[in-house]
Write a new protein. Structure first.
Length: 336
């Protein structure tokens, strides 16, 4: 299939996290065809029932691996295209990237290049289950080219993430007599106000840390003093988290419980001469790989600003350019 046709075919296969089976089989068919035609090896690796990573390589072993994730966020949005863009869920995050990597692999194989592979994983949008599974089953790769929308600029670093649930408890009472109760919502709001005042570090490369209060819930009715309340917060890390952890502990200080959900460290990533560069604020599968698939590089077509939105799209020009970018990176890294 043509690059644009392949992108749309992948977008039109719904693969919201947890439902990757169909797109995984679709990808297995595609890489198996290339493996048959060019003497490679293709396989599925089960992560969970009906959820499998897809891997293929050509040559003695995969010195360089092109990799991205096959799952998307909800809701499913079917593809469409105009003269400039392909639209739909996953167009840039990351069905277009998968298509570009497959086309780059095809060009490399036609030119006689070997000793590289492709790896497509499940679960990046939720918990990186596929990347953790792949990290436990390495194939000897020395370099990992991870695909995420960077507008075809090589990312020199990515911010990490520190996620907490802040939970407060109280005592119910009739709202006409609040002195008989203890409001969990009041406690939670006081804690969040203190957390918002915390000084957050900055980094010369990655920029400032940022805080987002993503959800707030609690209470039972307007005329009842709330006995429970909770919020979810996310801090984008640019370095060590110890100071932020201490600050959150002091902010809640007996009024609520701060429950850590996850931490993903900030990263410095690989660079190559002659490429446009950027820094990204989002997290990726790269920390979950833990170096098991080699030195990581991060690059892909499309803008993260439209990913996860109903306006998700990828530039056709960037898609075409990315095929050559991936091809050139593989060739350059194979010479190292």
């Amino acid at each position: 299939m043509h690059l644009f046709e392949l992108t749309r075919a992948l977008v039109d296969t719904e693969s919201i996290t947890g439902n990757e089976e169909r797109v995984g089989l679709q990808l297995l068919d595609l890489v198996s065809a290339l493996a048959t035609q060019y003497g490679g090896h293709a396989e599925r690796s089960e992560v969970e029932p009906r959820r499998s990573n897809v891997f293929a390589f050509w040559g003695d072993w995969p010195v360089v691996t092109l990799s991205t994730h096959m799952d998307t966020v909800p809701p499913f949005v079917a593809s469409r295209e105009d003269a400039e863009f392909i639209w739909g869920r996953g167009a840039c995050d990351t069905k277009g990237i998968i298509a570009a990597m497959l086309k780059a692999a095809e060009v490399l194989l036609e030119s006689g290049q070997r000793n590289f592979g492709v790896l497509f994983v499940v679960g990046e949008e939720r918990n990186s289950a596929g990347a953790y599974h792949a990290a436990a089953h390495p194939k000897g790769s020395r370099y990992l080219i991870n695909g995420e929308p960077t507008e075809n600029k090589l990312a020199l670093g990515s911010k990490g993430a520190l996620r907490y649930q802040i939970a407060a408890s109280g005592r119910m009472a009739h709202s006409a007599y609040p002195e008989l109760g203890e409001s969990a919502i009041d406690k939670l709001l006081e804690c969040l106000a203190e957390i918002r005042k915390l000084p957050l570090p900055s980094d010369d490369l990655l920029g400032p840390s940022t805080l987002n209060i993503g959800t707030i819930s609690g209470g039972r009715a307007p005329n009842i003093v709330a006995d429970e309340a909770a919020a979810e917060i996310m801090i984008r890390l640019v370095g060590d988290s110890a100071g932020i952890r201490d600050g959150i502990a002091q902010a809640v200080n007996g009024r609520a419980e701060a429950r850590e959900v996850l931490e993903i460290p900030a990263l410095r990533l690989g660079s190559l001469p002659g490429m446009d560069t950027t820094v990204v604020a989002y997290t990726t599968d790269i920390p979950a790989f833990g170096g098991a698939w080699g030195t990581p590089f991060l690059i892909g077509p499309g803008s993260i600003h439209v990913a996860h939105t109903l306006e998700e799209r990828v530039s056709k020009r960037q898609l075409e350019d990315s095929v050559g970018i991936y091809q050139n990176m593989v060739c350059q890294l194979l010479q190292n």
